[in-house]
Design a protein around this ligand. Structure first.
Ligand code: SAH
Length: 384
Protein backbone atom coordinates (compact mmCIF):
# COMPACT_ATOMS: atom_id res chain seq x y z
CA UNK A 1 0.00 0.00 0.00
CA UNK A 2 1.09 3.64 -0.50
CA UNK A 3 2.45 5.65 2.43
CA UNK A 4 -0.43 8.11 2.64
CA UNK A 5 -2.66 6.04 4.88
CA UNK A 6 -5.98 7.70 5.54
CA UNK A 7 -7.02 5.90 8.71
CA UNK A 8 -10.10 3.78 9.28
CA UNK A 9 -12.56 6.66 9.01
CA UNK A 10 -11.96 6.33 5.27
CA UNK A 11 -13.21 2.76 4.95
CA UNK A 12 -16.63 2.06 3.43
CA UNK A 13 -18.86 -0.85 4.39
CA UNK A 14 -18.22 -2.37 0.94
CA UNK A 15 -14.44 -2.12 1.35
CA UNK A 16 -14.38 -3.71 4.77
CA UNK A 17 -16.73 -6.50 3.65
CA UNK A 18 -14.45 -7.21 0.70
CA UNK A 19 -11.39 -7.28 2.92
CA UNK A 20 -13.05 -9.60 5.44
CA UNK A 21 -14.21 -11.95 2.66
CA UNK A 22 -10.72 -11.92 1.15
CA UNK A 23 -9.31 -13.05 4.51
CA UNK A 24 -11.90 -15.84 4.64
CA UNK A 25 -13.58 -14.40 7.74
CA UNK A 26 -17.30 -14.20 8.52
CA UNK A 27 -19.26 -11.12 7.52
CA UNK A 28 -20.04 -10.00 11.04
CA UNK A 29 -16.38 -9.04 11.40
CA UNK A 30 -17.14 -6.07 9.15
CA UNK A 31 -19.87 -4.95 11.57
CA UNK A 32 -17.43 -5.24 14.46
CA UNK A 33 -14.89 -3.01 12.74
CA UNK A 34 -17.52 -0.38 11.86
CA UNK A 35 -18.81 -0.52 15.44
CA UNK A 36 -15.35 0.15 16.83
CA UNK A 37 -14.70 3.04 14.46
CA UNK A 38 -18.05 4.85 14.36
CA UNK A 39 -19.71 3.62 17.54
CA UNK A 40 -16.86 3.61 20.03
CA UNK A 41 -14.50 6.03 18.31
CA UNK A 42 -11.57 3.60 18.30
CA UNK A 43 -9.42 4.06 15.20
CA UNK A 44 -6.38 1.91 15.98
CA UNK A 45 -6.90 -1.70 14.82
CA UNK A 46 -4.50 -2.92 17.53
CA UNK A 47 -7.06 -1.80 20.15
CA UNK A 48 -9.91 -3.81 18.58
CA UNK A 49 -9.45 -6.65 21.02
CA UNK A 50 -12.22 -8.93 19.80
CA UNK A 51 -10.89 -9.16 16.23
CA UNK A 52 -8.58 -11.90 14.96
CA UNK A 53 -4.98 -10.84 14.62
CA UNK A 54 -4.89 -11.33 10.84
CA UNK A 55 -7.73 -8.84 10.40
CA UNK A 56 -6.16 -6.30 12.77
CA UNK A 57 -2.88 -6.55 10.86
CA UNK A 58 -4.54 -6.24 7.47
CA UNK A 59 -6.43 -3.14 8.62
CA UNK A 60 -3.30 -1.54 10.02
CA UNK A 61 -1.31 -2.32 6.88
CA UNK A 62 -3.92 -0.84 4.59
CA UNK A 63 -5.36 2.06 6.60
CA UNK A 64 -2.86 2.75 9.37
CA UNK A 65 -3.55 3.27 13.05
CA UNK A 66 -4.33 6.97 12.99
CA UNK A 67 -6.67 9.34 11.17
CA UNK A 68 -5.19 11.89 8.77
CA UNK A 69 -7.03 14.69 10.58
CA UNK A 70 -6.49 16.04 14.08
CA UNK A 71 -8.26 18.06 16.74
CA UNK A 72 -6.69 21.51 16.36
CA UNK A 73 -8.75 23.54 18.85
CA UNK A 74 -11.99 23.60 20.78
CA UNK A 75 -13.47 26.86 22.04
CA UNK A 76 -16.59 27.11 24.20
CA UNK A 77 -18.88 30.14 24.12
CA UNK A 78 -20.69 31.78 27.02
CA UNK A 79 -23.88 29.83 26.17
CA UNK A 80 -22.12 26.44 26.16
CA UNK A 81 -21.78 26.04 22.38
CA UNK A 82 -18.39 24.58 21.45
CA UNK A 83 -16.65 25.23 18.13
CA UNK A 84 -14.32 22.36 17.28
CA UNK A 85 -11.58 23.05 14.72
CA UNK A 86 -10.37 20.00 12.80
CA UNK A 87 -7.03 20.17 10.97
CA UNK A 88 -7.20 18.64 7.48
CA UNK A 89 -4.42 16.67 5.80
CA UNK A 90 -3.66 19.42 3.25
CA UNK A 91 -2.89 22.05 5.89
CA UNK A 92 -6.33 23.68 5.96
CA UNK A 93 -8.98 23.29 8.61
CA UNK A 94 -12.69 22.91 9.00
CA UNK A 95 -15.10 23.69 11.82
CA UNK A 96 -17.90 21.77 13.49
CA UNK A 97 -20.15 23.06 16.27
CA UNK A 98 -21.46 21.21 19.32
CA UNK A 99 -24.75 22.67 20.48
CA UNK A 100 -26.03 21.44 23.86
CA UNK A 101 -29.75 20.49 23.75
CA UNK A 102 -31.34 19.16 20.64
CA UNK A 103 -32.80 21.75 18.30
CA UNK A 104 -36.44 21.51 19.29
CA UNK A 105 -37.58 23.00 16.01
CA UNK A 106 -36.37 19.92 14.15
CA UNK A 107 -38.26 17.55 16.41
CA UNK A 108 -41.45 16.50 14.77
CA UNK A 109 -42.62 13.69 16.95
CA UNK A 110 -44.06 14.72 20.32
CA UNK A 111 -44.22 11.08 21.39
CA UNK A 112 -40.50 10.62 21.17
CA UNK A 113 -38.76 10.75 24.58
CA UNK A 114 -37.13 14.08 25.42
CA UNK A 115 -33.36 13.95 25.06
CA UNK A 116 -31.53 14.41 28.36
CA UNK A 117 -29.97 17.73 29.35
CA UNK A 118 -26.56 16.65 28.11
CA UNK A 119 -27.73 15.80 24.63
CA UNK A 120 -26.02 17.74 21.88
CA UNK A 121 -26.64 18.54 18.26
CA UNK A 122 -23.51 18.53 16.11
CA UNK A 123 -23.37 20.86 13.11
CA UNK A 124 -21.12 19.38 10.40
CA UNK A 125 -19.32 21.09 7.52
CA UNK A 126 -19.23 19.58 4.04
CA UNK A 127 -16.78 21.74 2.09
CA UNK A 128 -13.82 24.08 2.51
CA UNK A 129 -15.38 27.43 1.67
CA UNK A 130 -18.55 27.47 -0.40
CA UNK A 131 -19.36 28.19 -4.04
CA UNK A 132 -22.74 29.86 -3.47
CA UNK A 133 -21.87 33.29 -2.03
CA UNK A 134 -25.17 33.86 -0.20
CA UNK A 135 -25.15 37.51 0.87
CA UNK A 136 -25.50 36.90 4.60
CA UNK A 137 -23.12 33.95 4.98
CA UNK A 138 -19.51 34.23 6.08
CA UNK A 139 -18.63 30.69 4.99
CA UNK A 140 -19.04 31.62 1.32
CA UNK A 141 -17.43 35.04 1.57
CA UNK A 142 -14.00 33.79 0.43
CA UNK A 143 -15.20 31.48 -2.28
CA UNK A 144 -14.92 27.76 -2.79
CA UNK A 145 -11.90 25.75 -1.69
CA UNK A 146 -12.68 22.09 -2.20
CA UNK A 147 -15.09 19.32 -1.29
CA UNK A 148 -14.50 17.45 1.95
CA UNK A 149 -13.95 13.71 1.60
CA UNK A 150 -16.43 11.44 3.39
CA UNK A 151 -13.77 10.64 5.99
CA UNK A 152 -13.20 14.35 6.68
CA UNK A 153 -16.91 14.74 7.39
CA UNK A 154 -16.89 11.64 9.63
CA UNK A 155 -13.75 12.95 11.35
CA UNK A 156 -15.75 15.96 12.60
CA UNK A 157 -18.02 13.61 14.57
CA UNK A 158 -15.01 11.69 15.83
CA UNK A 159 -13.16 14.78 17.09
CA UNK A 160 -16.30 16.43 18.46
CA UNK A 161 -16.86 13.32 20.59
CA UNK A 162 -13.26 13.53 21.77
CA UNK A 163 -13.74 17.23 22.63
CA UNK A 164 -17.00 16.44 24.45
CA UNK A 165 -15.35 13.69 26.46
CA UNK A 166 -17.73 12.09 28.94
CA UNK A 167 -19.76 15.27 29.39
CA UNK A 168 -22.57 14.41 27.01
CA UNK A 169 -23.80 12.61 23.92
CA UNK A 170 -24.29 13.68 20.36
CA UNK A 171 -27.88 12.74 19.55
CA UNK A 172 -28.50 14.73 16.40
CA UNK A 173 -26.50 15.76 13.34
CA UNK A 174 -27.20 18.71 11.08
CA UNK A 175 -25.27 19.34 7.88
CA UNK A 176 -25.54 23.09 8.32
CA UNK A 177 -21.90 24.04 8.74
CA UNK A 178 -19.53 25.32 6.07
CA UNK A 179 -20.42 24.38 2.50
CA UNK A 180 -23.35 23.20 0.43
CA UNK A 181 -23.82 19.49 1.17
CA UNK A 182 -25.72 18.69 -2.03
CA UNK A 183 -22.92 20.23 -4.10
CA UNK A 184 -20.67 17.50 -2.65
CA UNK A 185 -22.70 14.32 -3.09
CA UNK A 186 -19.55 12.21 -3.56
CA UNK A 187 -18.41 13.09 -0.05
CA UNK A 188 -21.75 13.54 1.67
CA UNK A 189 -23.67 10.44 0.54
CA UNK A 190 -20.98 7.93 1.65
CA UNK A 191 -20.62 9.81 4.96
CA UNK A 192 -24.39 9.70 5.48
CA UNK A 193 -24.39 5.95 4.73
CA UNK A 194 -22.04 5.29 7.64
CA UNK A 195 -23.70 7.84 9.91
CA UNK A 196 -27.09 6.15 9.46
CA UNK A 197 -25.81 2.54 9.23
CA UNK A 198 -27.25 0.77 12.32
CA UNK A 199 -23.96 -1.15 12.69
CA UNK A 200 -21.77 1.94 12.28
CA UNK A 201 -22.58 5.37 13.77
CA UNK A 202 -26.25 4.30 14.02
CA UNK A 203 -28.03 7.66 13.88
CA UNK A 204 -31.66 7.32 12.86
CA UNK A 205 -32.28 9.22 9.61
CA UNK A 206 -34.83 11.42 11.36
CA UNK A 207 -32.00 12.67 13.58
CA UNK A 208 -29.78 13.61 10.65
CA UNK A 209 -30.74 16.76 8.75
CA UNK A 210 -29.19 17.90 5.48
CA UNK A 211 -29.60 21.64 4.92
CA UNK A 212 -29.41 22.81 1.32
CA UNK A 213 -29.68 25.90 -0.80
CA UNK A 214 -32.13 23.77 -2.79
CA UNK A 215 -30.30 21.98 -5.62
CA UNK A 216 -33.03 19.89 -7.28
CA UNK A 217 -30.78 17.07 -8.57
CA UNK A 218 -29.17 16.70 -5.16
CA UNK A 219 -32.55 16.61 -3.41
CA UNK A 220 -33.65 13.83 -5.77
CA UNK A 221 -30.44 11.82 -5.28
CA UNK A 222 -30.68 12.15 -1.50
CA UNK A 223 -34.32 11.03 -1.60
CA UNK A 224 -33.53 8.00 -3.75
CA UNK A 225 -30.44 6.99 -1.78
CA UNK A 226 -32.09 7.01 1.64
CA UNK A 227 -35.73 6.54 0.70
CA UNK A 228 -36.61 9.90 2.27
CA UNK A 229 -35.43 8.84 5.72
CA UNK A 230 -32.77 11.52 6.03
CA UNK A 231 -34.38 14.78 7.14
CA UNK A 232 -34.20 17.73 4.80
CA UNK A 233 -33.99 21.47 5.44
CA UNK A 234 -34.26 24.00 2.63
CA UNK A 235 -32.69 27.45 2.88
CA UNK A 236 -35.38 29.47 1.11
CA UNK A 237 -34.92 32.98 2.62
CA UNK A 238 -37.35 34.64 0.22
CA UNK A 239 -40.06 33.36 -2.07
CA UNK A 240 -40.16 36.06 -4.75
CA UNK A 241 -37.44 36.02 -7.39
CA UNK A 242 -36.53 39.70 -7.06
CA UNK A 243 -35.71 39.41 -3.35
CA UNK A 244 -34.00 36.07 -3.90
CA UNK A 245 -31.68 37.60 -6.46
CA UNK A 246 -30.65 40.28 -3.95
CA UNK A 247 -29.60 37.61 -1.45
CA UNK A 248 -28.72 34.47 -3.40
CA UNK A 249 -26.62 34.50 -6.59
CA UNK A 250 -27.94 30.99 -7.31
CA UNK A 251 -31.39 32.49 -7.89
CA UNK A 252 -30.22 33.94 -11.20
CA UNK A 253 -29.56 30.43 -12.50
CA UNK A 254 -32.26 28.32 -10.86
CA UNK A 255 -35.96 29.24 -10.63
CA UNK A 256 -37.33 28.57 -7.16
CA UNK A 257 -40.16 26.48 -8.63
CA UNK A 258 -37.66 23.75 -9.64
CA UNK A 259 -36.72 23.29 -6.01
CA UNK A 260 -40.34 23.21 -4.85
CA UNK A 261 -41.03 20.49 -7.41
CA UNK A 262 -38.09 18.36 -6.21
CA UNK A 263 -39.26 18.84 -2.61
CA UNK A 264 -42.79 17.75 -3.46
CA UNK A 265 -41.30 14.53 -4.89
CA UNK A 266 -39.10 13.88 -1.81
CA UNK A 267 -40.28 10.54 -0.40
CA UNK A 268 -41.02 11.86 3.11
CA UNK A 269 -42.16 9.22 5.59
CA UNK A 270 -45.62 9.75 7.13
CA UNK A 271 -45.85 12.51 9.78
CA UNK A 272 -42.52 14.00 8.77
CA UNK A 273 -42.08 17.46 7.35
CA UNK A 274 -39.46 19.37 5.43
CA UNK A 275 -37.91 22.27 7.33
CA UNK A 276 -37.82 25.55 5.42
CA UNK A 277 -35.25 28.04 6.69
CA UNK A 278 -35.45 31.79 6.28
CA UNK A 279 -32.61 34.00 7.45
CA UNK A 280 -34.38 37.30 8.05
CA UNK A 281 -32.56 40.58 7.46
CA UNK A 282 -34.15 43.89 8.49
CA UNK A 283 -36.13 45.53 5.66
CA UNK A 284 -34.74 43.15 3.04
CA UNK A 285 -36.89 40.03 3.36
CA UNK A 286 -38.66 40.34 6.72
CA UNK A 287 -41.87 42.26 5.94
CA UNK A 288 -45.40 40.89 6.15
CA UNK A 289 -45.47 41.02 2.35
CA UNK A 290 -42.43 38.71 2.19
CA UNK A 291 -44.14 36.38 4.65
CA UNK A 292 -47.25 36.25 2.44
CA UNK A 293 -45.08 35.35 -0.58
CA UNK A 294 -43.58 32.50 1.45
CA UNK A 295 -47.07 31.26 2.34
CA UNK A 296 -48.08 31.32 -1.31
CA UNK A 297 -44.98 29.45 -2.52
CA UNK A 298 -45.18 26.71 0.10
CA UNK A 299 -48.84 25.97 -0.36
CA UNK A 300 -49.44 22.22 -0.29
CA UNK A 301 -45.88 21.33 0.76
CA UNK A 302 -45.56 19.31 3.98
CA UNK A 303 -43.26 21.67 5.83
CA UNK A 304 -42.55 23.79 8.87
CA UNK A 305 -40.52 26.97 9.01
CA UNK A 306 -37.43 27.93 10.83
CA UNK A 307 -36.88 31.68 11.13
CA UNK A 308 -33.27 32.72 11.75
CA UNK A 309 -32.57 36.36 12.63
CA UNK A 310 -29.51 37.45 10.63
CA UNK A 311 -26.31 37.01 12.66
CA UNK A 312 -23.84 39.76 11.81
CA UNK A 313 -20.23 38.63 11.50
CA UNK A 314 -18.23 41.31 9.76
CA UNK A 315 -16.75 44.49 11.06
CA UNK A 316 -15.62 43.05 14.38
CA UNK A 317 -11.95 43.37 13.40
CA UNK A 318 -12.29 45.44 10.25
CA UNK A 319 -10.77 42.66 8.13
CA UNK A 320 -13.95 41.64 6.38
CA UNK A 321 -16.38 43.66 4.28
CA UNK A 322 -19.82 43.93 5.88
CA UNK A 323 -22.47 41.61 4.45
CA UNK A 324 -24.71 43.31 1.90
CA UNK A 325 -27.30 42.50 -0.75
CA UNK A 326 -26.22 42.19 -4.40
CA UNK A 327 -27.21 45.85 -4.90
CA UNK A 328 -25.23 47.01 -1.88
CA UNK A 329 -27.75 47.35 0.97
CA UNK A 330 -25.98 46.39 4.21
CA UNK A 331 -27.61 43.52 6.07
CA UNK A 332 -28.90 44.08 9.59
CA UNK A 333 -30.80 41.94 12.06
CA UNK A 334 -34.59 42.45 11.92
CA UNK A 335 -36.11 45.23 14.05
CA UNK A 336 -37.48 44.14 17.45
CA UNK A 337 -40.82 42.35 17.06
CA UNK A 338 -40.40 41.83 13.29
CA UNK A 339 -39.60 38.10 13.48
CA UNK A 340 -42.68 37.53 15.65
CA UNK A 341 -44.84 39.53 13.22
CA UNK A 342 -43.49 37.43 10.32
CA UNK A 343 -44.26 34.32 12.33
CA UNK A 344 -47.86 35.50 12.91
CA UNK A 345 -48.48 35.87 9.16
CA UNK A 346 -47.29 32.28 8.67
CA UNK A 347 -49.34 31.00 11.61
CA UNK A 348 -52.49 32.67 10.30
CA UNK A 349 -52.03 30.61 7.13
CA UNK A 350 -51.59 27.42 9.14
CA UNK A 351 -47.79 27.20 8.83
CA UNK A 352 -45.86 26.44 12.00
CA UNK A 353 -42.68 28.42 12.42
CA UNK A 354 -39.94 28.27 15.03
CA UNK A 355 -37.46 31.02 15.73
CA UNK A 356 -33.87 29.85 16.00
CA UNK A 357 -32.02 31.62 18.79
CA UNK A 358 -28.42 32.40 17.83
CA UNK A 359 -26.02 30.14 19.70
CA UNK A 360 -22.29 30.67 20.02
CA UNK A 361 -22.28 34.10 18.35
CA UNK A 362 -19.55 35.40 20.69
CA UNK A 363 -17.06 32.91 19.23
CA UNK A 364 -18.34 33.12 15.64
CA UNK A 365 -19.94 29.68 15.88
CA UNK A 366 -23.52 30.68 15.08
CA UNK A 367 -25.30 30.08 11.76
CA UNK A 368 -23.43 31.59 8.87
CA UNK A 369 -20.38 32.61 10.92
CA UNK A 370 -18.14 29.59 10.34
CA UNK A 371 -15.13 30.00 8.13
CA UNK A 372 -12.40 27.40 8.52
CA UNK A 373 -9.08 28.18 6.92
CA UNK A 374 -7.19 27.42 3.76
CA UNK A 375 -3.58 26.43 3.59
CA UNK A 376 -1.91 29.70 4.62
CA UNK A 377 0.56 29.52 1.75
CA UNK A 378 -2.38 30.41 -0.48
CA UNK A 379 -3.08 33.61 1.39
CA UNK A 380 -6.23 32.46 3.13
CA UNK A 381 -8.38 32.79 0.02
CA UNK A 382 -9.67 29.84 -1.88
CA UNK A 383 -10.70 30.76 -5.38
CA UNK A 384 -9.26 34.15 -6.20
N1 SAH B 1 -25.42 25.48 2.32
C1 SAH B 1 -26.39 24.95 3.20
C2 SAH B 1 -25.90 24.69 4.61
C3 SAH B 1 -25.07 25.76 5.27
S1 SAH B 1 -25.83 27.21 5.89
C4 SAH B 1 -27.62 25.82 3.21
O1 SAH B 1 -27.61 26.86 2.57
O2 SAH B 1 -28.61 25.44 3.81
C5 SAH B 1 -26.85 26.75 7.23
C6 SAH B 1 -27.91 27.80 7.54
O3 SAH B 1 -27.34 28.98 8.13
C7 SAH B 1 -28.63 28.24 6.29
O4 SAH B 1 -30.00 28.27 6.47
C8 SAH B 1 -28.05 29.62 6.11
O5 SAH B 1 -28.87 30.42 5.34
C9 SAH B 1 -27.91 30.11 7.53
N2 SAH B 1 -27.07 31.31 7.62
C10 SAH B 1 -26.02 31.64 6.85
N3 SAH B 1 -25.50 32.83 7.21
C11 SAH B 1 -26.23 33.27 8.25
C12 SAH B 1 -26.18 34.43 9.06
N4 SAH B 1 -25.24 35.37 8.92
N5 SAH B 1 -27.11 34.56 10.04
C13 SAH B 1 -28.04 33.60 10.23
N6 SAH B 1 -28.11 32.48 9.50
C14 SAH B 1 -27.24 32.30 8.51
Amino acid sequence: MGDAKTGLLGISREAIETLVAHLGQPRYRADQVLGWVHGRGVLDPAAMTDLPRALREALAAEYGAEPDTRLAAAETSADGTTKVVVALPDGGSTETVLIPEALEELDDDPLEPEPSALSCTLCLSSQVGCAFHCAFCRSGSRGFGRHLEAREILAQLHWARVALGGRGNIVRLVLMGIGEPLHNLDGVLPALRLLTDPRAAAFSGRRVTVSTIGLPEGIRRLGETFGGKVALAWSLHAADEATRRRLLPVAARRPVAETVEALRDYPLPPRRRITVECVLAGGVNDTDGHAREVVRLLEGLRCKLNLIPFNPWAGTDGAEAPAATADGEPLRPPAPGRVEAFQRVLAAAGLSAFVRRPRGADILAACGQLLGSADLSRGGRWDS
